[in-house]
Design a protein around this ligand. Structure first.
Ligand SMILES: Cc1ncc(COP(=O)(O)O)c(C=O)c1O
Length: 386
């Protein structure tokens, strides 16, 4: 069977590979603790579950949904953006629901890229920023995120040729995998460059609701001029424990949303109406993300303290559900993660899988219960030199 060249050009998706390794270890009788994938371990808020159950009993929700989304859901996103960020959104033209941020991010590549065009993508970064352009027949130009720049891309380092061919640029703060929050002035600079080079800025806001130490993450759309050149992808997956529900939205520039919607109507048939009504209930619940942030902050402290105890130099992140740490000397990120799995039955993600500038780091996800996290850190001590 001949598969497409574009598929052949892609590496196996990072977490598919991790899942395979976990199964192998489990089959061999190992009690694996997975700190690999960022998948919240606590349940979806009860209000969302109740709203889903009630809506599922209404036969009107059983038919094809509209790809524009129910008015109630678009209004709930508008209410949320107003309450949370002070950003006003037009419910007719500036909000389209998405089946998770991943679907939206991938499809934006198809909507905006042609062979020969470029997506500017953070390195390290969420793998779909680089895999998506390849599947669209285009190219990803990597923008290194370096600790010494606060994990901000250096726009001056992007070549004139890449700027010329760039159609879209991905930004993501709070950032996966580094845990960095948006450096001062970065959104303003991105808007300036986007205007200059006619590039659509796509800000991935998957982690804005999970922050620590009193830090409150902004929306890209709060920055003056953002709506003229950009969109934001907001997801309920992480902040509301709804990864399985596939609930997100793209908001912002109306022309970009119209292009995404046109593409999407040819690809999928929208979000189950009952899930849309559950998302309304979740968005109106301001408490869950706050409560979850407290839980992750406690776990972050637990991990950072354990790493520091054995001499690992780690910066406590102000947001996301990850800790990003350097691998011990003498290891690549892949060899280190393999050693941790073999010696301690703990899965952590190799930084190199998020791009060349992730090499030398590994990522710990905070989405397991405190006791298991404590046990994982205890088991990892020896591989960290403690
Ligand atoms: C930066 C980033 N964007 C998007 C996603 C995907 O989110 P969703 O579950 O909404 O598809 C993830 C998931 O890990 C992520 O880390």
């Amino acid at each position: 069977m001949k598969t497409s060249e574009r598929l052949d050009r892609l590496p196996t998706y990072l977490f598919a590979e991790i899942a395979r390794k976990i199964e192998e270890k489990k089959a061999a009788g190992v009690d694996v603790i997975s700190l690999g994938i960022g998948d919240p371990d606590t349940p979806t808020p009860e209000v969302a579950i109740e709203a889903l159950a009630a809506a599922a009993h209404e036969p009107g929700t059983h038919q094809y949904p509209s790809n524009r989304g129910r008015p109630e859901l678009r209004e709930a996103f508008a209410r949320f953006y107003d309450r949370r960020f002070g950003v006003s959104l037009d419910t007719d033209t500036e909000i389209v629901p998405a089946l998770g941020a991943k679907e939206c991010i991938f499809n934006l590549n198809l909507a905006f890229l042609d062979p020969g065009s470029v997506a500017l993508a953070a390195d390290p970064g969420y793998p779909v920023y680089t895999g998506g352009p390849v599947l669209a027949g285009a190219e990803a130009e990597l923008m290194p995120l370096l600790p010494e720049r606060g994990f901000a891309p250096d726009f001056d380092a992007v070549s004139p040729d890449a700027w010329e061919r760039a159609r879209i640029m991905y930004l993501n703060y709070p950032n996966n995998p580094t845990g960095a929050v948006v450096p001062d002035g970065l959104f303003e600079e991105a808007i300036e460059r986007a205007r200059e080079h006619d590039v659509l800025v796509i800000h991935d806001a998957s982690y804005t609701e999970t922050t620590f130490d009193g830090y409150v993450a902004p929306s890209f759309l709060e920055t003056p001029g953002a709506k003229e050149v950009g969109v934001e992808v907001f997801s309920l997956s992480k902040g509301y424990n709804m990864t399985g529900w596939r609930t997100a939205a793209i908001v912002g520039n109306a022309d970009a949303l119209a292009a995404y919607w046109k593409l999407k109507t040819n690809i999928d048939s929208g979000m189950f109406d009952a899930v849309q009504l559950a998302a309304v209930a979740a968005l109106d619940d301001a408490e869950t993300p706050k409560r979850m942030s407290e839980i992750y902050q406690r776990r972050r402290d637990l991990v950072v303290d354990a790493l520091r105890e054995v001499g690992v130099d780690v910066t406590p992140p102000k947001g996301t559900i990850y800790v990003w740490a350097p691998v011990p000397e003498g290891h690549t990120s892949a060899s280190y993660c393999e050693r941790v799995l073999d010696e301690s039955g703990v899965v952590v993600s190799p930084g190199g899988s998020y791009g060349p500038n992730g090499e030398g780091f590994f990522r710990i996800s905070l989405t397991v219960a405190d006791e298991r996290l404590t046990e994982a850190m205890e088991r990892m001590r020896s591989s960290l030199g403690g």
